[in-house]
Design a protein. Structure first.
Length: 407
């Protein structure tokens, strides 16, 4: 049976028994889906069983890599869609209703606007077949080609560049729309929580090994403490005010769950670059170890050892323990605001679309990792909060002590 989903304010403390708020499971006893849970041992990048890769394509491997690395689709030179249905699924997870005429017109307007920019600003010739296509799926399919003919190669690259501009302009206009609507934060957070909760339930019903799921909003006091603990932080840089924690059965389930989340919930093109942290999956070891993935390795956009040679490291969190383990990333989640845009006072905003973006942090753990984090005194949530508060005390007193001394 599906587990219970909970929404809460930030939990006061963590526990080895209950990793997230709710009454659905006891991690030291029997999880809700408990009889078939196998506890993992071994190295951080070890696997007890082959991940569930049914339905995977090279594109899913690229998506998971982007999330783990904290990369950006602006750096991609090829998309990975194999069918029109793949494109429609992508548009839907990006918040577009592909059956809605207004949404179709919105995407077409973005294609024309992007082509106009490329022609006027970068002197790039964009054919009408891409900027004003017969079907919305066409530019995406052209951008996914593995062409050998010089003319086809040029068209593929142009389509890819065009869609990068569409991505950027759509995000920019959605940002303008959110500012113009002045939506209360509590309202947009509630809409994100509803979307995420529904998607996670659907993934559970599909059989994904998701044991627990929790959503929480960062408390005001915690936000203030975080701002004071970081020398360069501003309120605009706090990206984890809305957080979602996902617990899966085994470490080997993590790639499968991440890939599935990109189908229903996480628009991988809106993962915030350089805001991911991952010390659970070594991508190159994972890709080399799984037999089913090996034939795809030559088709990856970037060399396999890129993560080791050129890691995209986020700012080090000085309050985290070295022993702490998780996968963490931040996504701009698209949220529909049709009802708000439709109000008479907002009629002049129609050209900006009908969606806004909201930062949401996702923390992904397997069962054993969560338990190890909480059983390790230094890696526990309580220990982290204690180090963070001590860091704030030091910062607040540091300047005074330099000026007045300790006496």
């Amino acid at each position: 049976m599906p587990v219970e989903f909970t929404a809460s304010r930030e939990p006061a403390s963590a526990s080895t028994n209950v990793p997230m708020q709710g009454e659905a499971a006891s991690l030291d006893g029997a999880p809700v889906l408990g009889e078939h849970v196998v506890f993992e041992t071994g190295p951080v990048d070890g696997y007890l069983r082959e991940p569930r890769l049914a339905g995977w394509t090279l594109d899913f491997l690229e998506r998971v890599r982007l999330i783990l690395r904290g990369g950006s689709v602006i750096d991609w030179y090829r998309l990975g869609f194999e069918s029109a249905e793949d494109v429609r699924e992508f548009l839907e997870v990006n918040g577009h209703d592909v059956a809605d005429v207004a949404d179709q017109q919105r995407v077409r307007a973005l294609l024309k606007e992007a082509a106009s920019y490329l022609r006027s600003e970068l002197d790039l010739d964009v054919p009408l077949s891409l900027s004003e296509p017969d079907t919305l799926e066409w530019p995406f399919l052209v951008a996914s080609r593995r062409a050998t003919d010089p003319g086809d190669i040029a068209e593929q690259r142009t389509a890819c560049i065009l869609l990068k501009l569409v991505h950027t302009m759509n995000h920019l206009e959605a940002r303008e729309l959110r500012l113009a609507l002045a939506l209360p934060e509590v309202e947009v957070f509630a809409r994100v929580e509803a979307r995420v909760g529904d998607s996670m339930r659907r993934l559970q019903l599909e059989g994904l090994p998701i044991l627990r799921f929790d959503m929480s909003r960062k408390a005001r006091d915690s936000t203030i403490t975080k701002l004071l603990s970081k020398r360069r932080a501003t309120a605009a840089q706090i990206l984890d005010r809305l957080r979602f924690r996902v617990l899966v059965e085994q470490r080997s389930d993590l790639p499968s769950v991440l890939a599935a989340m990109t189908r229903l919930l996480v628009p991988y093109n809106h993962v915030i670059p350089e805001e991911s942290s991952n010390n659970l999956i070594d991508f190159s070891s994972f890709a080399r170890t799984i037999p089913r993935l090996r034939p795809w390795l030559g088709g990856l956009q970037f060399r396999l050892d890129l993560e080791r040679e050129d890691p995209l490291t986020r700012d080090i969190n000085e309050c985290s323990a070295d022993e702490f383990r998780m996968i963490n990333f931040v996504v701009d989640v698209p949220v529909r605001v049709d009802d708000v845009v439709a109000r008479p006072e907002h009629s002049h905003l129609g050209g900006l679309g009908r969606m806004v973006f909201v930062n949401a942090e996702f923390q992904i753990y397997d069962l054993t990792t969560w338990q190890n984090n909480e059983r390790n005194t230094a890696a526990s949530h309580d220990a982290y909060k204690a180090r963070q508060k001590e860091r704030v005390r030091e910062r607040l007193y540091e300047g005074l002590e330099r000026t007045w001394g300790n006496g």
